[in-house]
Design a protein around this ligand. Sequence first.
Ligand code: GDP
Length: 265
Amino acid sequence: GRASPPLAALSQVLRLERSRRTAIVFPLQKLERYLAPGTDTARFRLFQPGLAALQRAEALFRSDRGHPIDYVSSAVRMDHAPPPALPEVCFIGRSNVGKSSLIRALFSLAPEVEVRVSKTPGHTKKMNFFKVGKYFTLVDMPGYGYRAPQDFVEMVEAYLQERHNLKRTFLLVDGVVGLQKTDHIAVEMLEEFGIPYVMVLTKIDRASRGLLLKNVLEIQEFVKENTQGCFPQLFLVSSVEFSGVHLLRCFVAHVTGNLPTVEAC
Ligand code: GDP
């Protein structure tokens, strides 16, 4: 196949021609012009930062000596979790949804960060904590499946309910297959706990434009009709092409309180 361009940094994206640049930075906006006339697109543009905000967010995800980004620890129980000292975000989703790939893409400007995968069946599933300087922590929650063991469910529930520094939960949904039964279970849990979350559609490079549009509109409608805690704008990402990754970095920076002003683009 075609080698994907190295677009991990905004400076690289800015060299692209305008329409390609929009597709990488604002993949949802890119779909807008294929919608039927009159479709309400307010939910496509709620979070639409300008270049300055995107750049400030990127700086947070770029490690250096004075700003280390590190894997901190793993935990199977809440009493093993690091102290809740910083604002935190967590990423959850079905196994294989593309969670490790996305976290790797987010941290691609901090190559020393090792995003571990534990795919071996029977291997204990853990919560992995990453510390981004003195600014926030990011938690990679174990992937859930339809046969998730009870202790796993309890761990995730305990985390979501007890973690007071948790600012936002990112629920990853496969952009090709759309919402599945297990995703609905996750949504019900988040709604029941009343914690704020965001839906992230993954692997968008694999979906045709028509399929992606269909999934986006369906999920958007679902969010509108059935949820209270879900941010109305969907985030679309491809960890292969880097689309949506810069915008997601910016949203993480924003919800963790590290980007107090986000001027619109
Ligand atoms: P996890 O189980 O949720 O951590 O999923 P992984 O990140 O390991 O990804 C599962 C599979 O999907 C792997 O084969 C990845 O290479 C593939 N994958 C993940 N993200 C993307 C993406 O954005 N685009 C494409 N085409 N494949 C992806």
